[in-house]
Design a protein around this ligand. Structure first.
Ligand SMILES: Cc1cc2nc3c(=O)[nH]c(=O)nc-3n(C[C@H](O)[C@H](O)[C@H](O)COP(=O)(O)OP(=O)(O)OC[C@H]3O[C@@H](n4cnc5c(N)ncnc54)[C@H](O)[C@@H]3O)c2cc1C
Length: 651
C-alpha cells in the first residue's frame, strides 16, 4: 500500500491526468460505446473507402518515396554502422516527407491521416530507422501539437521552417518519469516581466533530439492556487535549439546520445536544459495545458506506430510466403508441415486484421472532432503486440537463417533476410509512445468510466461537492434500472452486410452479443470490487483484451465486406477475416473464464516477496555483477531510479 505522501502525490498526478483528458467529441468512439454494451456497427459500416483523389495523391507520393529509399537508404548498412545518412533526410525532406502533416498553407503536403499512415506503413516496410525519424518528427514533434493547439502566429513562425528542413522532436520523458509524466521535474520559471521562461531539467530518450532544430518541451510552470490548494501546472513550449549559426543556444546541451538494441539509425539522446531561455509566446495553448497537449498529441500521434507495424508485417508476410514455399525439408515445403502452416495462417490473418484496424482508425481520425483515444490505444496495443509475436514466429519459420544477421547471410551468399533486425527494431513498439501496460490503463479507465462517474461521487465525495448522497444514489438507480436490463436483451441480428457469408455473419452476431456480455460482466465485477477494481489490473486486462478483440473482429469483417463488394469472386479476404475471428473467439472465451478464475493474490504475494528479497535463496550460484570497470557507472548520471540502489541492495 502506498504511504500517505505517495498517495497524495499519486492523487495529484491522477487529478492532473484527469484534467488533461479531452471530453467533448462529435464523432463517438466505437470502443467506448462497446464497453457500455452498445455495438455501434454503424460507426464502421460501410467500411470507409479512401477518396479516389486522395488515394491518387498517396499513390504518387509513394512512388517518389520508393525512389528516395532506393537511392539513399540501405537499412542493412544503417544497422551495421549505426549511422543514418544525412542525404536521405535531405532527400525525404525535399520530397515533403517531413512535412506530410503540415497544411499546404504553410508549405507542407497537408496529407490526410490515411495517406500519412500509408506513407509510414510503406517506409516501415523497408526501414524502421527511417520511419522512426519521420514519425517522431511529426506524429508527436512540433507539427502535431501546433496543428491542434498552436496560434496562427506560432504556425506562421515555425511550420514553414519545418517545411524548409528543420527537424523536430517531442521531449516528455525524463530519467525519473516515463509512464507517469505528470510527476515530471523539468521546470519553466517565468521571468519577472513574464516575457520569457527559463527551462531547467533533463529530458531522456528524445527521438531526433540530438539533431533537432525545434523541440516540444513539457515543463512544470508555477502552480495555481485554487480553494487554498496548489494545483500543479505543466506547460508545453516550442524550444528552438540552435542559433542563426547552427550552434546550440546557451543552456541547451545534448548530454548523451543513446543507442539501442535496434533502430540503430536513430538519433536519440539525453537533453539537458540549464537556464535555457524560451520566449513566453512559444507556449503552446495556455500555461497549464501542457499535459493535455502532450496526451492529446500522443492520442493521434500513436497512430503512426500501428501503421508502421502493419507495413512491416506485410513485408514480413511476403518473405514468409516465399521462404515457406521454397525451403524444402523432409520432402516438402516447410510451409506445408502443419506446425508451420498454423503460424503462417495466423500470421496472414493477423496482418489482415492489422490493416483493417489501422485504415479504419485513420479514417476515424480524419473526421472532425472524432473521439479516437481508445481506437488509437487499441490499434497501438494490438499492432505492436502482434508485430512482436509475428517477428518471433517468422524467425522460427526461417530457422537458423532467421537468427543470422543480414550481413553474415549475404557474405556467405544467402538472401539477407530482415527478420533478425526486425526483431530488434520492432520490440520498442511495445514500450514507446505509451507502453502496452499504459494502453491497457487508458482503455480500462474508459471501460469503467460510466460506472465510476456514477459511483465515485457517492463513495468518495469531492471537497465542495454540492449534490447530496441520496440524490446521487437515486440518479444511479434510475440509470441502472434502464441500462442493466438492456444488457440482457437480444443483440441486433441484422447488420445490413451484403457480401459476407453466413459464417461471417455468425461472427458479427457473436460480436454484438458479446459486447452486451462484456458490459454486464464489467458491471458485475465493478459491483464486486468497487473502486478497488482500479487496482485489479489483471482482471481489467482481461476485459480490455476482450474489448480489443471485439473491435478488431468488427473492423476485419467490415473490411472483408468492403473488399468483397469490390471483387465478389475473390473470397480470400473473408478467409482471413474468418480465421482471425475464429481465433479471437477462443481468446475471448479464455479471457471471460480468466475474469472469474484469477489467482491475482498469488501473483501479488510472489512479486512482493521477490522484491523484498525473500527468494534470495533461489538466486544463488550466479555471477550477476558488472565487470569491475563499469561499477562506477552512476558517478556522472542524473538521479535515476534504482541506479546505485540496485547494486547495493544485492550486497
Ligand atoms: C527508442 C525510444 C524512443 C523514445 N522516444 C521518446 C521521445 O521521442 N520522446 C519522449 O518523451 N519519450 C520517448 N521515449 C520514452 C518512452 O516513451 C518511455 O520509455 C515510455 O513512456 C515508458 O517509460 P519508461 O521507459 O520510463 O518505463 P516506466 O514508466 O519506468 O515503466 C516500467 C514498466 O512498468 C510498466 N508500468 C509503468 N506504470 C505502470 C502502471 N501504472 N501500471 C502497470 N504497468 C506500469 C511499464 O509499462 C513498463 O513495462 C522513447 C523511448 C525509447 C526506448
Amino acid at each position: 500500500m502506498a504511504s500517505g505522501e505517495d498517495k497524495r502525490a499519486k492523487d495529484a498526478a491522477m487529478e492532473l491526468a484527469e484534467a488533461a483528458r479531452e471530453t467533448e467529441w462529435q464523432f463517438p468512439s466505437f470502443t467506448a460505446e462497446m464497453f457500455k454494451g452498445n455495438f455501434r456497427w454503424d460507426l464502421m459500416y460501410p467500411y470507409p473507402e479512401q477518396d479516389p483523389e486522395d488515394k491518387k495523391i498517396g499513390d504518387e507520393l509513394q512512388a517518389k518515396v520508393k525512389e528516395v529509399l532506393e537511392k539513399y537508404v540501405d537499412p542493412i548498412e544503417i544497422d551495421r554502422t549505426g549511422e543514418y545518412p544525412k542525404e536521405a533526410i535531405k532527400a525525404l525532406s525535399d520530397l515533403g516527407i517531413f512535412s506530410m502533416k503540415i497544411s499546404k498553407e504553410y508549405g507542407g503536403l497537408g496529407l490526410s491521416q490515411i495517406n500519412y499512415a500509408r506513407m509510414l506503413s510503406y517506409i516501415a516496410s523497408y526501414c524502421q530507422s527511417t520511419v522512426t525519424w519521420v514519425s517522431a518528427h511529426q506524429s508527436i514533434g512540433v507539427p502535431q501539437p501546433l496543428k491542434d493547439f498552436g496560434t496562427p502566429e506560432q504556425k506562421k513562425k515555425f511550420l514553414p521552417k519545418i517545411c524548409a528542413g528543420a527537424i523536430s522532436a517531442f521531449a516528455l520523458t525524463e530519467p525519473d518519469v516515463g509512464s507517469d509524466p505528470a510527476k515530471m521535474s523539468t521546470t519553466a520559471t517565468p521571468s519577472e516581466d513574464g516575457s520569457y521562461y527559463l527551462l531547467n531539467g533533463d529530458k531522456l530518450w528524445t527521438t531526433n533530439g540530438p539533431d533537432a532544430d525545434i523541440i516540444v518541451v513539457m515543463a512544470k510552470t508555477p502552480p495555481k492556487i485554487k480553494n487554498g490548494r496548489e494545483i500543479p501546472q505543466i506547460s508545453a513550449f516550442v524550444f528552438e535549439t540552435k542559433d542563426e549559426n547552427g550552434n546550440y543556444v546557451p543552456g541547451f546541451e545534448v548530454v548523451h546520445r543513446c543507442k539501442f538494441m535496434g533502430l540503430k539509425g536513430l538519433s536519440n539522446g539525453l537533453l539537458r536544459f540549464n537556464n535555457a531561455r524560451v520566449p513566453a509566446e512559444n507556449i503552446i495553448g495556455k500555461p497549464g495545458m501542457g499535459l493535455k497537449i502532450a496526451l492529446t498529441t500522443l492520442n493521434t500521434g500513436r497512430l503512426g506506430v500501428p501503421a508502421a507495424g502493419a507495413g512491416a508485417c506485410k513485408s514480413f508476410l511476403d518473405d514468409a510466403a516465399w521462404w515457406s514455399a521454397n525451403r524444402v525439408q523432409w520432402g516438402q515445403a516447410v510451409g506445408k508441415h502443419q506446425a508451420i502452416s498454423k503460424k503462417l495462417a495466423n500470421f496472414a490473418a493477423t496482418t489482415f486484421a492489422m490493416q483493417a484496424m489501422v485504415q479504419l482508425t485513420c479514417a476515424f481520425a480524419d473526421k472532425k472532432n472524432a473521439d479516437i483515444r481508445l481506437e488509437a490505444a487499441a490499434a497501438k496495443y494490438f499492432c505492436t503486440e502482434q508485430t512482436w509475436a509475428i517477428c518471433d514466429d517468422l524467425l522460427q519459420v526461417m530457422g537458423g537463417r532467421g537468427y543470422e544477421m543480414a550481413t553474415s547471410l549475404y557474405n556467405r551468399g544467402d538472401k539477407p533476410f530482415t527478420v533478425e533486425r526486425a526483431m530488434r527494431d520492432m520490440r520498442v513498439g511495445r514500450i514507446f509512445e505509451g507502453s502496452s501496460e499504459v494502453m491497457h490503463l487508458i482503455m480500462a479507465r474508459e471501460a469503467m468510466d460510466t460506472h465510476f462517474k456514477l459511483a465515485m461521487p457517492i463513495i468518495q465525495p469531492k471537497p465542495g461537492q454540492k449534490e447530496g448522497k441520496l440524490s446521487l444514489i437515486l440518479k444511479a438507480m434510475k440509470f441502472y434500472a434502464g441500462w442493466y436490463p438492456k444488457t440482457w436483451m437480444p443483440a441486433q441480428k441484422n447488420f445490413g452486410v451484403k457480401h459476407l457469408s453466413a459464417a461471417s455473419r455468425g461472427h458479427l452476431k457473436f460480436a454484438a452479443k458479446t459486447c452486451k456480455k462484456l458490459a454486464r460482466r464489467l458491471f458485475h465485477t465493478m459491483a464486486k470490487y468497487g473502486p478497488k477494481l482500479e487496482y485489479e489490473q489483471v482482471i481489467l486486462g482481461n476485459f480490455v483484451e476482450i474489448g480489443v478483440d471485439l473491435f478488431v473482429m468488427a473492423a476485419s469483417l467490415a473490411y472483408a465486406d468492403h473488399l468483397l463488394a469490390k471483387n465478389p469472386s475473390d473470397r480470400t479476404p473473408e478467409e482471413l477475416a474468418d480465421l482471425f475471428c475464429s481465433a479471437a473467439r477462443r481468446r475471448i472465451a479464455a479471457n471471460f473464464d480468466a475474469v472469474s478464475n484469477q489467482f491475482n493474490r498469488k501473483y501479488k504475494k510472489v512479486a512482493v516477496n521477490l522484491m523484498d528479497g525473500k527468494y534470495r535463496w533461489l538466486i544463488q550460484d550466479v555471477y550477476n555483477d558488472l565487470p569491475p570497470q563499469y561499477r562506477d557507472y552512476a558517478k556522472n548520471a542524473p538521479k535515476s531510479v534504482g541506479a546505485e540502489d540496485m547494486m547495493t541492495a544485492r550486497k
